[in-house]
Design a protein around this ligand. Structure first.
Ligand SMILES: Nc1nc2c(ncn2[C@@H]2O[C@H](COP(=O)(O)OP(=O)(O)O)[C@@H](O)[C@H]2O)c(=O)[nH]1
Ligand SMILES: [Mg+2]
Length: 584
């Protein structure tokens, strides 16, 4: 089965078309039929000539009911956009089209109807300028063109990607009601995954059992996306579920009320309503980035959003923002567990972190880079693809490679300073959440080793360790300001001492007399990924705030590590490896 939503201005013939195609009355309410106007979502279905089944979510076109419209549009993969031949492009044609574009729904049909009332040429011209979809002209009244519409629907449906039947379920509820003798029933468009009778799901965080399922009016034992589905829930009070709430696969989703997003609005309002799935939730907005004064307004902004109630959102979710008379704008969710912004400049730093994530969602390696250390299961629940994430760690724990190198250096220094330090003490000092991570760090840095719960083994002389500590403090403040030979000598770091410290993983040696902290190479690659590609050594030098003496051997080191690649004598680009941050 596939599910399509209608869209288009009020009275353009959407419900008539659905009725003509399916023989089912989509206007469910007496009031709707009396007024001849769709107020809430309607549902109908039919079988196409190919045997494919298609369900329609028929939406209201009137501006007063846009929230209902968006609840129908939110979870569907494709749209039938309806335009009346005798009316042309009107206000809600525009508004619905903006919503479709903002949500990134890029499949659909353009249907120009009411062709018995007027030649469709003019309306067709207007629509074709805006809607890049195949066009069919019909009359819902006379039935002319309906056969061709059915064939076009078949072609559309054949081209829709099949959602993953094993994906976790997030069913946005669009109706909830009580059936005498059966109890609470909710309906929705299942966008991915599979529902089975007997399943345990979460409603508002509480486990609920699926007592029975129906799809297209028939009882079924299981329903696979994409589908319209009615779920009879065991032991759930009707008032616990409503439009905008969800049924979720347990353990697969995180409820969040603070998100960082990319917003397609150069001047974000302070308050607005966020529409996602069938939910509409008031939100407060705080821009994270500050466009440079005098520069042209950017097309998108990075914004922290605080929701008035938590929603099960994932990185990569697309949503809509509405506010008063402003146009509908698109929202791309970039983070669902963003850091608290307390310190001065925290918003600006967060924006800088988010900025390299362009119009698509960040990958698992990027999100791990933000957090440093995270559980793979939590990253998955945040919406990251973790099966392909290459990152050091232990068990469920993954660590950003940059952080890992720094931790390994810190640990080596700690052990040099305090031979035999207990694993637990090292864990606390490194700020790590699990002992197994310390053990994995030790394994990654021979000759370090654990015995009897204590770590020993760098074997570095005390003066070298002290000197490296002093140097580490300087480099922590200015990571690419490698000390010159005079400073190294002052610290007591001879060439031999540097070589020993580098071998123990305490320093990164780039060339004779040029040393940085371990992990500085990955940090540099990440910063360079934010430059326009390809870039010159001079541009790299400025971006890293360093000197030629450092940047040249650093870039050569990055070339060897596969983090950058030469394009010609002058130019380099950052490789995919570095962009993903999952190097090593
Ligand atoms: N003559 C004619 N009237 C139509 C056609 N389609 C819809 N209508 C009429 O247009 C009005 C609005 O149709 P409706 O389907 O409710 O529009 P909706 O608001 O887009 O759902 C109704 O009075 C319909 O009978 C058509 O193809 N030809
Ligand atoms: Mg209607």
């Amino acid at each position: 089965m596939q599910v399509l939503a209608t869209a288009g201005h009020v009275d353009h013939g959407k419900s008539t078309l659905v009725r003509a195609l399916t023989g089912i009355e989509p206007d469910r309410w007496a009031e709707e039929r009396r007024r001849g106007m769709t107020i809430d979502l309607g549902f109908a279905w039919t079988v196409l000539p190919s045997g494919r089944r298609v369900a329609f979510v028929d939406v209201p076109g009137h501006e007063r009911f846009v929230t209902n419209m968006l609840a129908g549009l939110g979870p569907v993969p494709a749209v039938v956009f309806v335009l009346a031949a005798d009316q042309g492009w009107q206000a809600q044609s525009q508004e619905h089209w903006e919503a479709i574009e903002a949500l990134g729904v890029d499949r659909g049909l353009l249907v120009v109807t009411r062709t018995d009332l007027m030649d469709p040429a003019l309306a067709l011209d207007e629509a074709r300028e805006r809607v890049p979809w195949p066009v069919v002209t019909v009359s819902g009244e006379t039935g002319e063109g309906l056969d061709e519409l059915r064939r076009s629907l078949d072609v559309l449906l054949a081209g829709l990607p099949a959602p993953d039947p094993a994906a976790p379920v997030r069913l946005w509820i669009d109706r909830a009601f009580t059936v005498k003798g059966a109890g609470t029933v909710v309906t929705g468009t299942l966008a991915a995954g599979t529902l089975r009778t007997g399943d345990t799901l979460l409603a508002d965080g509480e486990p609920v059992r699926v007592k029975a399922l129906q799809s297209l009016g028939e009882p079924v034992g299981e329903v696979t996306a994409t589908a319209r589905v009615a779920v009879n829930l065991r032991g759930v009070e009707r008032d616990r579920v409503a439009r905008g709430t969800t049924l979720l696969s347990p353990g697969a989703w995180l409820a969040t009320d603070v998100i960082d997003v990319r917003l397609a609005d150069p001047r974000p309002p302070r308050e607005a309503v966020l529409h996602i799935g069938s939910a509409a939730v008031p939100v407060r907005l705080r821009p994270l980035d500050t466009p440079p004064p005098g520069a042209p307004a950017p097309a998108t902004r990075l914004v922290r959003m605080t929701l008035s109630r938590p929603l099960p959102l994932r990185i990569g979710d697309r949503a809509l923002l509405r506010c008063g008379g402003r146009p509908i704008t698109g929202v791309l969710v970039l983070d669902v567990r963003p850091p608290v912004l307390r310190a001065r400049g925290a918003a600006r730093r967060r924006a800088a972190e988010l900025a390299p994530v362009a119009s698509s969602a960040p990958g698992a390696a990027t999100v791990l880079g933000w957090r440093g250390v995270a559980r793979r299961s939590e990253l998955a629940a945040m919406g990251c693809e973790v099966s392909t994430l290459e990152a050091p760690g232990a068990g469920d724990w993954a660590v950003d490679p940059l952080r890992w190198s720094a931790l390994a250096g810190q640990l080596a220094a700690m052990v040099a300073d305090q031979p035999g330090i207990p694993v637990d003490a090292a864990r606390v000092a490194l700020g790590l959440p699990a002992r197994e991570l310390v053990e994995a760090l030790v394994r990654a840095r021979p000759p370090l080793a654990v015995s009897d719960g204590r770590i020993g083994g760098t074997g570095l002389p005390e003066p070298i360790v002290k000197a490296v500590e002093a140097l580490s403090r300087e480099l922590a403040a200015a990571p690419y300001h490698a000390p010159d030979t005079t400073r190294l000598a002052e610290l007591g770091l001879s060439a031999r001492a540097v070589a020993l410290a580098a071998r123990a993983g305490l320093l990164l040696r780039l060339a004779d007399g040029v040393v940085l902290l371990p992990g500085a190479d990955l940090g540099a690659a990440r910063t360079l990924a934010g430059l326009a590609q390809p870039f010159t050594a001079g541009e790299a030098r400025i971006a890293l705030d360093t000197s030629r003496r450092v940047v040249i051997p650093l870039l050569e080191h990055l070339d060897r590590a596969g983090l950058t690649r030469r394009v010609d004598d002058r130019l380099r680009t950052v490789t995919e490896l570095a962009k993903e941050g999952a190097a090593r």
